[in-house]
Design a protein around this ligand. Sequence first.
Ligand code: ADP
Ligand code: NI
Length: 220
Amino acid sequence: MNPQLQQTADYIRAEFERDSTGHDWWHIYRVWQMARKIALLEKADVEIVEFSALLHDLDDWKLSPSSGGEPRRAAAWLRQIGATPAESEKILAIVRRVSFKGAGVADEMPSLEGQIVQDADRLDAMGAIGISRAFAYGGHAGRSLYDPAEAPVLHQAFEQYQSSRGHTINHFYEKLLLLKGRLHTASAQKIAARRHAFMEEFLEHFFEEWRAEDAEALIS
Ligand code: ADP
Ligand code: NI
């Protein structure tokens, strides 16, 4: 492996080791590996994809609210390892745009490399792992599992999405179920189908249990 890439992986691993918001090292690791696989399939610049995947959450608005969306730490790190200004700019342009900002907020991701990193990040928010991460994040943010009085809201602006305080089941409607339709690459779309179906099945079971319909069906 390229030594700078290994150094970056070690740095990020140390930074994210103790996170419990669903942005732990293993999230970064999965996104990195998935992005690498997709990059090979889609014939993208694998190195740009790998660096961007490793750095994508370092300055996240939820984790570092003071960053104002500008990836300062990622920029400082790239300078430190001697990346050229051209490489840095490509990577930082991706890192700046990768995050989901609300149902009605369009994604602007011009490079194929960026589209791949965004797809890999989104795949990790879907399926069994996505469900686990949503409840881990919800617990961290002090949110309830579900409240039947509170209907899902689709946010039309980033500020609205950012300040949303809804229950975690709501998050499936405000983000997770929308991800399948917001992937860029054909490779990611294929992987997403099974993960999406599993989330739908999970929700069906959740509401069935909530209404105790499973009990009725089993007892009668
Ligand atoms: P992105 O990678 O698009 O920036 P986030 O950083 O918003 O994604 O989310 C990280 C993880 O936390 C994801 O699995 C996401 O679904 C979950 N998450 C984010 N916001 C919420 C929320 N309000 N409720 C539950 N889970 C959330
Ligand atoms: Ni991420």
